[in-house]
Design a binder for this molecule. Structure first.
Ligand SMILES: [Zn+2]
Length: 258
């Protein structure tokens, strides 16, 4: 599943191609959007900004229009030189924007919408989200306030996935963050101190920032998908078990995570 670093990485690749430009062409091949007339409604308008917040990406256009995308489990953004082969089948493209000699492509949706009354509706939605893990200055106080509003019996690993508490962390970074801060992802949130919770954020931010800048392959995973292999810190075999309502595969070291 694309996490916040992947979305910020996409925004950083898309921004120099679209921001300040009127695209040469916009297509919406997905039949679901065939009646929306986005190409006509966006024709002749420049993109004013490309923003990521948590796992959300926003393309803002002149005239107060905003395209909002969330990839959920299946979607992806691709950026290709015009004429180059795309990473997924063209049949899976939902949105194609051609500009500056490149194709910016959103594949497989599944959430893509054009907001017209942008500011208000969107600010309300963003306000419901916790602070962005990749914000230039992370809002510690807001994160802790949201975390303490949550059920104190909920395991910390599961609580970290709640986008109302902190935006942008998915299952991989949840596992990595708990490992790096030496916290058992099964420990009830009420038994995790503020300092420990912030230690998870401090461990994740530079790694996710590096991934946002250079792509997720640029950052080594310590524990994710390494069940049965020795912990890189203490050598105890790494364990795996499903966590939360969605039963997300959770990796941890019972030897050094408490
Ligand atoms: Zn260990």
């Amino acid at each position: 599943m694309p996490e916040g670093d992947t979305i910020h990485h996409a925004a950083r690749r898309i921004r120099p191609l679209l921001a300040g430009r009127v695209p040469d062409e916009i297509r919406t091949p997905q039949p679901r959007h065939s009646l929306d007339r986005w190409p006509q409604r966006l024709a002749g308008r420049a993109v004013t900004s490309v923003d990521a917040y948590g796992k959300h990406l926003f393309l803002r256009w002149e005239g107060g229009l905003t395209l909002h995308s969330h990839l959920r489990l299946t979607g992806a953004w691709g950026v290709y030189r015009a004429g180059a082969r795309w990473g997924r089948s063209p049949r899976r493209a939902w949105l194609v924007i051609c500009a500056a000699g490149h194709d910016v492509v959103q594949f497989d949706g599944p959430l893509l919408e054009l907001l017209t009354d942008s500011r208000t509706r969107f600010d309300q939605r963003l306000a419901a989200l916790g602070p962005d893990i990749l914000a230039p200055a992370f809002d510690d106080a807001r994160f802790l306030r949201r975390l303490r509003e949550d059920d104190p019996t909920r395991p910390i690993g599961d609580a970290l996935l709640d986008q109302r508490t902190v935006a942008g962390i998915g299952n991989i970074w949840k596992c990595e963050g708990c490992f790096l801060a030496r916290i058992d992802p099964w420990r009830p949130t009420g038994a995790v101190s503020d300092e420990e919770a912030l230690a998870i954020m401090r461990a994740l931010r530079p790694r996710m920032e590096q991934s946002a800048e250079h792509g997720h392959r640029a950052v080594k995973r310590e524990i994710y998908e390494r069940a049965g292999r020795p912990c890189p810190r203490c050598g105890t075999p790494i364990r795996q078990r499903g966590q939360g309502d969605a039963n997300r595969p959770t990796f941890w070291c019972p030897g050094c995570q408490r």
